[in-house]
Design a protein around this ligand. Sequence first.
Ligand code: PBG
Length: 307
Amino acid sequence: MRRLVAETSLRPQDLVLPMFVAEGIDDPRPIGSMPGVVQHTRASARDAVREARELGLGGVMLFGVPERKDAIGSGGLDPDGILNVAVADAREVAGDDLLVMSDLCLDEFTDHGHCGVLDDRGRVDNDATLEVYGRMGVAQADAGAHVVGPSGMMDGQVGVIRAALDAAGHQDVAILAYAVKYASAFYGPFREAVDSSLQGDRRTYQQDPANARESVREVLLDVEEGADVVMVKPAMSYLDLVATVRATVSVPVAAYQVSGEYAMIEAAAERGWIDRDRAIEESVLSVRRAGADIVLTYWAAELGRRL
Ligand code: PBG
């Protein structure tokens, strides 16, 4: 009876697996604060993409961990940069059966760890960053990304990337916009995952957890600029926004269950304080119930195996 009347489902095709691919490593490298998640080598990333495809997941979201970082994040534009080659590898394995998505942001590539380039006073320069994002989007599309995911929270990023993709003949590459993204403590373990040495914080461009209304403005702007999917991030502490966004726009809504959400459940389970498998399913189900069509979760493959 419970199965018959269940309102919400969890299916492999609703899940997207975020993956880290590191340059210049010979073996996958465990991420201490995210037990079970690794920085992949190019070879192990291919295997993980193959598994994601076989499990019928909706997609993979790729993050690059470059060997060298610089002030302007040039590794993100280089066709031989780690993210772009990882996208090409993934696309080769995925074909058109699994969506290959790439994170479109500079923070993995900059030595200061910010999502954009800095002006001469050390502040993130919104408009100078947009120009770089446009070129980065084209590089990722050239590499074979089906979907690019701008996550830097620069104003106007979706419009600029859409125009750059179209001008380069990539009209069919979609944009999954991190539309609602809070300046959150729950990104903590991600810093270790991408070897980031962030100087300062992201509060000048990510949202204040005290605010909800500006999220509506953010998603409406992104949809107007051409977003195909809008995302809310983090997920569990922002389920109210997932529900609001679902009710506000007609494009698909995604939510990102971030590194800190993963780490909390894994850590509590390791201590025997909660039932790991039930907690994982309940947490992802709650994000779906709040209104997310798509959930990005580090448990995507595990859930795909279990479902
Ligand atoms: C930015 C980006 C971040 C995450 C995804 N994309 C870090 C940030 O904005 O600070 C965090 C994901 C996670 O914590 O799992 N490229």
